[in-house]
Design a protein around this ligand. Structure first.
Ligand SMILES: NC(=O)c1ccc[n+]([C@@H]2O[C@H](COP(=O)([O-])OP(=O)(O)OC[C@H]3O[C@@H](n4cnc5c(N)ncnc54)[C@H](OP(=O)(O)O)[C@@H]3O)[C@@H](O)[C@H]2O)c1
Length: 250
């Protein structure tokens, strides 16, 4: 069944080479959206685009590293060149290297700040002029239950980045509603994806794996939440969706 408020929308998704981004791209394309996929692993992006196209969906894919502002600008330009506009940006790319703060994995702190926070801001900077020109748009930022609750030891820096995404999204909403730009944050709990592979500390990796093996739910659950936010009539903004595995106890 096609949903009128999704059909033909141009939806740009960062971090679409796996996990939540990939699932979201496939679901939205199946509902008639034109999806534009970005991530660093271009081979993975190409195979998702191929899969969507093979089932009659409309998709384009590009290599982008969200740490690089110029690349993010080019990515948005490529979306506009291909499909003429950008109705929705899903700022989804992110990493979660878990480790106690005392291990001083400062490089991982930097990468989380660069990807999870600055990458989101670069997405906003790249898409905002286009949405202002269109006089409409929708920015969806991927936060986390860990942006609401702190998971420590281990998740201190990751939780801080996701708390920043929460704050940014609320501020964006307050600033952009008068320009007819909707803002939504999605805050998932444990969802099965490749996210846990970014953890380099062996004992934290073991903890995360055990948790996800026990309670993790499918990435489709997040894709459906994103679809729900997008398919609302233009005068309705879904500000936040928090979703967890029923079995998750925090
Ligand atoms: N899974 C969960 O339990 C969960 C819960 C709450 C929130 N989240 C959030 O959901 C988002 C997606 O994560 P996921 O669970 O789907 O994990 P995933 O399968 O590891 O996907 C992460 C995506 O981000 C991309 N990415 C990473 N660094 C990037 C960079 N520098 N530039 C561009 N793309 C980059 C990856 O692609 P490349 O490596 O190809 O670049 C990949 O497509 C993240 O923001 C994560 O924090 C996940």
């Amino acid at each position: 069944m096609e949903t009128p408020n999704v059909t033909d929308k141009v939806i740009v998704i960062t971090g679409a080479s796996s996990g939540l981004g990939e699932s979201t791209a496939k679901l939205l394309a199946s509902r008639g959206a034109k999806v534009v996929l970005g991530a660093r692993r271009k081979d993975r992006i190409d195979s998702v685009v191929k899969e969507i196209s093979a089932t009659g969906g409309k998709a384009a894919g590009f290599a982008v590293d969200v740490r690089n502002r110029a690349q993010v600008e080019t990515f948005i330009k490529e979306a506009v060149d291909n499909f003429g506009r950008v109705d929705v940006l899903v700022n989804n790319a992110g990493i979660m290297p878990i480790a106690p703060i005392g291990l001083l994995k400062v490089d991982e702190w930097d990468r989380q700040i660069d990807i999870n926070i600055k990458g989101v801001l670069y997405g906003v900077a790249a898409v905002l002029p286009q949405m202002q020109k269109q006089k409409s748009g929708h920015i969806i930022n991927m936060a986390s239950v860990f942006g609401i609750k702190v998971f420590a030891p281990g998740g201190t820096v990751y939780c801080a980045t996701k708390a920043a995404v929460r704050t940014l999204t609320e501020g964006l909403r307050m600033e952009l509603h008068s320009e007819n730009i909707r803002c939504t944050m999605i805050s998932p709990g444990a969802v099965l994806s490749e996210l846990q592979t970014s953890t380099s500390d062996p004992s934290s990796a073991k903890f995360v794996k055990e948790l996800y093996d026990k309670v993790g739910i499918s990435a489709d659950s997040v894709a459906r939440a994103i679809l729900y936010a997008i398919e609302q009539p233009a005068d309705v903004e879904i500000d936040e969706v928090v979703l967890r595995p029923t079995a998750q106890d925090f």
